[in-house]
Design a binder for this molecule. Structure first.
Ligand code: SF4
Length: 197
């Protein structure tokens, strides 16, 4: 658990509804994090941009600085290049994001970083924490660990009240294909979505 000595903190936001509770919790502890959207795993491009725009909106709601990267990498997720290097596609997904965030934090003068991924009961919580800790050590910055999972529903309700878009799949094209809501999700995409993949 975090010691509360986050100093200047960067919060990686995987999406607005997951980031909402962590942001409010940190603010309640007098920690004002900057927000970073770095999620090349979110497919297709239309969805990547939609979640990014919702993060910008969340930053405006809480008057927090918000940064984002337009790195969109569907090919890395489609290819099998990760095999042999990572145990699973999700391991690769966590590592790519936590490595970038830890390096970004170090290069931009933050004392620590955290991630909204730790609010979701649907993510591999311990794996994320372990990878984030390793990345923190690699770049010489602190990882601010929080277990926000008990407040997942609360955060989703807050996001609903703020009118933030709440997606029904994790992010990558595989999770979209596996979603029981796939047809409904795709019916809400613009006609051009396949061309933007
Ligand atoms: S299911 Fe989620 S965590 Fe796993 S690779 Fe896809 S987007 Fe990443």
């Amino acid at each position: 658990m975090s010691t509360g000595n986050e100093g200047k903190m960067l919060l990686h936001a995987c999406c607005a509804p997951c980031a909402e509770y962590p942001v409010s919790d940190l603010l309640s502890k007098s920690i004002r994090p900057d927000i970073l959207y770095y999620n090349p795993n979110i497919h297709p491009k239309f969805e990547f941009e939609r979640r990014r725009d919702q993060i910008v909106k969340l930053g405006q709601i809480y008057d927090l600085s918000c940064f984002y990267s337009d790195d969109f990498r569907m090919d890395d997720w489609l290819s099998k290049a990760w095999e042999g290097q990572y145990d699973s596609r999700c391991d690769m997904c966590y590592f790519i994001r936590m490595d970038y965030v830890a390096r970004y934090a170090k290069e931009h003068g933050y004392d620590s970083f955290g991630t909204s991924l730790l609010v979701s009961p649907y993510q591999q919580h311990d794996k994320i924490a372990s990878i984030a800790n390793a990345c923190a050590k690699k770049y010489g910055v602190d990882f601010a660990y929080y277990d926000w999972r008990p407040h997942f529903r609360e955060g989703q309700a807050m996001a609903r009240e703020h009118g933030l878009y709440r997606q029904k799949y994790c992010g990558c094209i595989y999770s979209l294909n596996d979603s029981e809501f796939k047809e409904k999700i795709i019916s809400g995409f613009p006609d051009s979505w396949e061309a933007s993949r």
